[in-house]
Design a binder for this molecule. Structure first.
Ligand code: C5P
Length: 396
């Protein structure tokens, strides 16, 4: 997959550095050669000896190492690769990149390079959410740096949220996509997928039957064409695709926040089955059976994410919505396209008899400004491939 590709791997100083040993192994298994560079902080987490042994290469650490400079100067090192990968990209390394610092070998290489740079951030969730890191991330993207992750989940520091470095397999997939350009290379696409869960109380929730299969297939197809994909998913039953920036959420409001944080993007594909309503009151304790009788649950309306993105000042060039209907599919979907302000609607009939919701096939109609196209019943992966190709056409 990565035969003859030369990767310079800058390992930053964070606990996620331990995953780099596996990353090096996987990169080499995929055919790449790896030149490792360790920051001083990284040596607190992995030893140069293990990195060198797995990479089958010398490890570079010091800007002022006379022997290293004589063999391969830092400028040459910064260019003798097809791609520079920074993993884990710590908050400090990101800040240094934004500021153009060159006070150690890693930052100097990043400033001197003329090669594409891919970073895999990893840090405590508060550090990730800090306005300084948000600014730095936006600036790095504007500078053309590709970003993979971070994923959400339990963190070594005991907290939960976005900040976990992407898994080695995800990073390898992102590198493969990056080094083999496709029609969507350089384009950033937001995909929402899966259901949302709206809590009733701390133990119960309102959900729907969306499996996330179609949204996941679309994200995978866009990735395969080279797009950088931000994948915002509710609790789906299918595993998420690899090589995307994964944001796991539960509620519609969390999905909206994650989507807004992903802007700017070139296109947005909103395939999630977002709950229209949530429980109005905030039950902090489990609702108990008792003499007060059956609880009356009041609903309030969730934000419409598709409509919000379609009218946002940073509106993507192409916004694609979905319409899951059980009757008058085309009429309802056509009205929905106008009401939500999106460019295209992918409409399908989700009546139980169709077996589409949770199934492996889909029969969709693509509704655009020029009319309706009826696509044949196809595997969801095939629908995704066709849609991704159309998106590539529209963006190029
Ligand atoms: O209004 P309806 O739910 O049928 O519209 C479906 C489309 O709108 C889908 O693309 C879905 O992802 C999006 N949607 C949304 N926010 C909501 C409800 C639906 O983005 N609150």
């Amino acid at each position: 997959m990565l035969a003859t590709k030369r990767v310079t791997l800058i390992i930053g100083g964070g606990i996620a550095a331990y995953k780099c040993l596996d990353l090096i192994r996987q990169l080499r298994a995929a055919g790449a050669s790896v030149t490792p560079v360790l920051t001083r902080a990284a040596t607190q987490f992995v030893t140069p000896m293990s990195v060198a042994a797995l990479a089958g290469s010398q490890v570079y650490q010091d800007l002022f190492d006379l022997k290293d400079e004589a063999e391969m100067g830092h400028i040459q090192l910064s260019r003798a690769s097809d791609l520079i990968v920074v993993a884990p990209a710590t908050a400090d390394l990101m800040a240094k990149m934004v500021g153009g610092h060159a006070d150690d070998l890693a930052s100097t290489l990043l400033l001197a390079t003329d090669k594409p740079v891919l970073i895999a951030p990893a840090m405590n969730v508060r550090m990730w959410d800090h306005p300084a890191t948000r600014r730095n991330l936006a600036q790095l993207r504007a500078d053309g740096v590709q970003v993979i992750g971070p994923n959400s989940g339990d963190m070594a520091c005991g907290e939960f949220g976005p900040g976990r470095m992407s898994e080695p397999a995800e990073i390898v997939a992102a590198i493969a996509a990056h080094t083999t350009p496709g029609p969507l290379t350089g384009k950033r696409v937001l995909v929402t997928s899966g259901p949302t869960h709206e809590p009733i109380d701390p133990v119960r929730y309102i959900a729907n039957r969306s499996s996330g299969a179609q949204g996941t297939a679309i994200a995978r197809a866009l990735r395969a064409l080279g797009a950088e994909v931000v994948f915002v998913t509710g609790p789906a039953t299918v595993p998420p695709p690899e090589g995307v920036t994964l944001q796991r959420i539960e509620t519609a409001r969390e999905m909206l926040d994650a989507c807004l944080a992903a802007l700017p993007v070139d296109a947005a594909v909103m395939a999630a089955a977002v709950a229209d309503w949530r429980i109005a009151s905030d039950f902090t304790q489990k609702i108990k059976k008792g003499p007060q009788g059956i609880p009356e649950l009041q609903l309030s309306e969730n934000p419409d994410i598709l409509a919000t993105i379609s009218t946002h000042t940073q509106r993507p060039r192409l916004v694609v919505g979905f319409a899951a209907e059980t009757e008058n599919v085309i009429a309802h979907a056509t009205a929905k396209r106008a009401r939500k302000g999106c460019d295209w609607i992918v409409a399908n009939d989700v009546s139980p008899a169709t077996g589409i919701m949770g199934g492996s096939e889909n029969a969709v109609h693509l509704i655009t400004e020029t009319g309706t196209e009826d696509w044949p019943r196809l595997p969801k992966a095939e629908v995704a491939t066709r849609l991704a190709a159309r998106i590539a056409e529209a963006l190029t």
